[in-house]
Design a protein around this ligand. Structure first.
Ligand code: PRP
Ligand code: MG
Length: 212
């Protein structure tokens, strides 16, 4: 029997909420968080636990059929991938921030400046649109430390509660995009899996309605 292959975040902020929505859909998954793959007992589904940043490529390659992923990651790495449902959790922003002491007036203030980020494509597109040239320093985590160690003048990263910015003496100055968890679909999903996806979407929609 065909099973739909779904990618969810292996560990991190999305992991728990992703498993919860599947559970609320009545889908029980046998695992094993240490296992990278798990199956459902009562729904034709296989779950793959993957790194966030890798998921767009797995969707593109058809290694998985669908995924629960932050829209921000899709925008950064996979604007060719279809969003089937917005899931209403893991809401965050991708924002530019500068040290509190910086007298910020407009995006022009970033001209010629160094920006540390894990979202280079998102930043490049935004700055291009505004006609600003800046130097990007691409780093994978703990981006907010960069201005304090003299690596950058500003940063661009995810803002959720704002506490990481606050703790690092930074202030948000531009919101590039607003994001939430979404159900994303591989461009090469099979017809059989499309039918399973329809059933899943039907359940997700009623769960989301009940949550309102
Ligand atoms: C994420 C993100 C921000 C922070 C935002 O980092 O990169 O730094 O959360 O959340 P907040 O506004 O609620 O503080 P995370 O802690 O996941 O670690 P990482 O940067 O090392 O990936
Ligand atoms: Mg961080």
């Amino acid at each position: 029997m065909t099973k739909i292959r779904i990618a969810i975040q292996k560990s991190g902020r999305l992991n728990e909420d992703s498993l919860q929505i599947l559970k609320d859909c009545g889908i029980s998954i046998d695992n094993g968080k240490d296992q990278l793959k798990a199956s459902s007992r009562n729904f034709p589904m296989e779950v793959f636990y993957l790194r966030n940043g890798d998921i767009p490529q797995y969707l593109r390659d058809g290694v998985v059929d669908i995924a629960i992923i932050g829209e921000n990651v899709l925008i950064e790495k996979g604007d060719d991938i279809i969003v089937a449902e917005r899931l209403g959790f893991s809401k965050c922003k991708v924002s530019l921030a500068v040290p509190k002491s910086f007298k910020y007036t407009s995006i022009q203030d970033f001209e010629g400046k160094r920006i540390a980020t894990s979202y280079p494509n998102t930043v490049i597109n935004y700055l291009k649109e505004k006609g600003i040239k800046a130097d990007l320093h691409i780093i994978n985590g703990s981006v907010e430390i960069a201005p304090n160690i003299g690596l950058a003048d500003g940063i661009c990263d995810i803002v959720s509660s704002g506490s990481t910015l606050f703790k690092n003496n930074l202030k948000e100055v531009e919101v590039l995009l607003k994001s939430e968890a979404v159900l994303a679909v591989s461009p090469s999903i099979s017809e059989e899996c499309k039918d399973i996806l329809k059933k899943l979407q039907f359940r997700i929609q009623s769960v989301l309605r009940a949550r309102q």
